[in-house]
Design a protein around this ligand. Sequence first.
Ligand SMILES: C[S@@+](CC[C@H](N)C(=O)[O-])C[C@H]1O[C@@H](n2cnc3c(N)ncnc32)[C@H](O)[C@@H]1O
Length: 233
Amino acid sequence: MNHEIIVTQSDTLDMLDTLLERRDDKWWDAFYSDRNKSIPFFKDIPDEELVDYCQKHLFSTGKSLDIGCGNGRNSRYLAAQGFCAAGIDISEESIGWANELSAKCGNPPKFHCVSLFEYAAEPQSFDLVLDSGCFHHIKPHRREQYLTRVQNYLKDGGYFLMTCFNLDGGANVSDYDVYRDRSMHGGLGFSEYKIKKILENYFRIIEFRKMKESSDPAVFGKDFMWVILMKKK
Ligand SMILES: C[S@@+](CC[C@H](N)C(=O)[O-])C[C@H]1O[C@@H](n2cnc3c(N)ncnc32)[C@H](O)[C@@H]1O
């Protein structure tokens, strides 16, 4: 057998990718192809915690990066607050939608169709990195790469803001189950212990709470998500 040879750690990660069901750019393109679906984050409104932190002037404006930006709803909000906002996503459909929705903005975000794993940014480029709902789709064996990249992109003193499924939102399975079942189960749910254990290896947690359920039509708020505000260690 002169193929499927594992030499490096990177080969092992690639092999693990092949064990799991594909949820790649094409899958996400199909997901975004019908914009009229009743998906809560298809509405062009920002996350409640983002609005809250901006209203409290926690972030001074600067450069922001929105990982897995979808239709760009949070990036547009940050740009409207004065950020020089960038958003990346693996789905061309989502980036096309994000650009269409931003066409009339005075300070439009810049959107790029690229995976975080291939995104080439200078070290220490961003004052704020945002991940709203992407991390729970990242395969466990790719987390270290993912979080190391975020650490590297952030300026010293920069903020990393994440929202991810809690156990009411995502699958209550262990990381080992992902490989036993060969599936991410549509997005992993994290206990408080588990997500803190993962993130505290890389970041200092400043605030940890559930997202506030919101009936305000101008903000996105779902209490099946955690809100985690972090700084570089
Ligand atoms: C649940 S959606 C959230 C979209 C957006 N953040 C929002 O809240 O409206 C997750 C997004 O992450 C994107 N994504 C998944 N893996 C990614 C990766 N490796 N790099 C960049 N984006 C990714 C998907 O295409 C999808 O748009």
